[in-house]
Design a protein around this ligand. Structure first.
Ligand code: NI
Length: 402
């Protein structure tokens, strides 16, 4: 009964703050900043937190991150701490939407919805500050920069120790999902997103006249064999229980109709969900690429850039939160999701803390709002902001009351 009451208070406040949140989101959307450059975004967040009367630390982890702090004044679970995380950075994409809140900068766009994450967290913060007499424990508001670029802001935040005191018991984050209808949220227990490593191969040999392949190394043919041979890693060496993907999106053989080039460049990505296998697979990529090249008389330089780890949602926490979500919205709108092979630096938190990374539906087929993440026409149905801020606040107080 008491909880039902709190739920209704949060819903009322989310409805009340909706127009303000649309304004906040539109400001952030039209003023995107790239990873590690989020200075004005941080200044804007601090202005809002000042306005709401919420204390915070700024410039955390040597970057533009902000850690806000709200302590509930009710007695009971004073020592519990939950952190709510929102990322802040944009992508080097030129926005093609014809909207009044279109990005004012060329080649910078909130094409991954981090404007929505940041504004939803500001809305949740405003709600939580106003209801702090009704909960016990601490909510940390983690505005995190630089999600989109390796090494990722999350790692810097963990390494800086800013989350050591107070140390959150759990961290939760939400991310927009244009393929899910507005008004829905999605949860996945356990393995959820992949690790991501970047693979760079350069096949080198003596190129020359294409009419006389017997006198030279056909680096184009060798590179093609390497790509085919590497597919055995996923199809033959990966365990069926461990999702793995190896894809190559760049193959540069810059010769001509009758010239075989001295070098061919191949670039791709390796993704999986097991750290041990990840290391082993990377060694195998190196070994196969080098031995195919040397067997055919050339050589292959291999560089593999270590990206984000895989993301695992704590089973107990995720199951608890998805149940709580069905209390807040119609249970049919709480979706069970599948594993995704995309990556996210929130994964670093999942290695150190019990976490739950859930999805916020932002699409609307009837309004033709369906463009995928990272595309130049990505946009949201803004009514998702009401669910975004309300759900964040509701899950936080539900966890603290547990
Ligand atoms: Ni994102």
């Amino acid at each position: 009964m008491k909880n039902a009451n709190l739920k209704n208070i949060i819903k009322t406040k989310a409805a009340e703050f909706y127009n303000e949140l649309v304004e906040i989101r539109r400001y952030l959307h039209s003023h995107p900043e790239l990873s590690f450059e989020e200075k004005e975004t941080a200044a804007f967040i601090m202005k809002k937190l000042d306005e709401y009367g919420i204390s915070y630390k700024s410039n955390i982890a040597g970057g533009y991150g902000i850690l806000g702090h709200i302590k509930g004044t009710k007695t009971g679970n004073e020592n519990k701490v939950i952190a709510l995380r929102a990322d802040m950075d944009a992508l080097p994409v030129n926005e093609e939407n014809d909207v009044e809140y279109k990005s004012v900068f060329e080649n910078k766009m909130h094409a991954c919805g981090h404007d929505v994450h940041t504004s939803s967290l500001l809305g949740a913060a405003k709600i939580l500050e106003q209801i702090k007499s009704r909960f016990s424990g601490t909510v940390l508001l983690l505005f995190q920069p630089a999600e989109e670029r390796i090494p990722g802001g999350a790692k810097q935040i963990i390494d800086s120790g800013v989350l050591n005191n107070p140390r959150p018991d759990v961290i939760i984050g939400q991310h927009v999902m244009p393929s899910m209808e507005v008004g829905t949220v999605g949860f996945k227990e356990g393995m959820y997103m992949a690790s991501s490593d970047e693979v760079f191969l350069t096949v080198k040999g003596k190129g020359g006249h294409a009419a006389m392949p017997y006198d030279i190394n056909d680096n184009v043919l060798i590179a093609s064999h390497i790509i085919v041979a590497l597919q055995q890693i996923v199809s033959r060496n990966a365990k069926a229980s461990v999702p793995s993907v190896l894809s190559f999106g760049r193959f540069i053989a810059d010769g001509s109709v009758n010239v075989i080039p001295n070098a061919v460049r191949i670039e791709g990505t390796f993704r999986t969900m097991n750290e041990e296998w990840r290391q082993k697979a990377k060694e195998q990529i190196r070994k196969i690429a080098q031995s195919v090249a040397s067997g055919m008389g050339a050589e292959c330089e291999v560089e593999i850039k270590h990206g984000y780890p895989y993301l695992v949602n704590n089973i107990e926490l995720t199951s608890f939160l998805s149940n709580q979500a069905t209390e807040y919205i119609n249970p049919e709108k709480v979706i069970d999701m599948e594993i995704r092979m995309t990556a996210e630096d929130f994964a670093y938190y999942s290695q150190e803390f019990p976490v739950c990374f859930y999805r916020l539906g932002t699409g609307n087929k009837s309004k033709n709002i369906m463009s995928p993440l990272h595309s130049s026409t990505f946009d949201i149905d803004e009514t998702a902001l009401e669910t975004g801020m309300g759900m964040f606040a509701w899950l936080a107080v539900s966890y603290l009351a547990k």
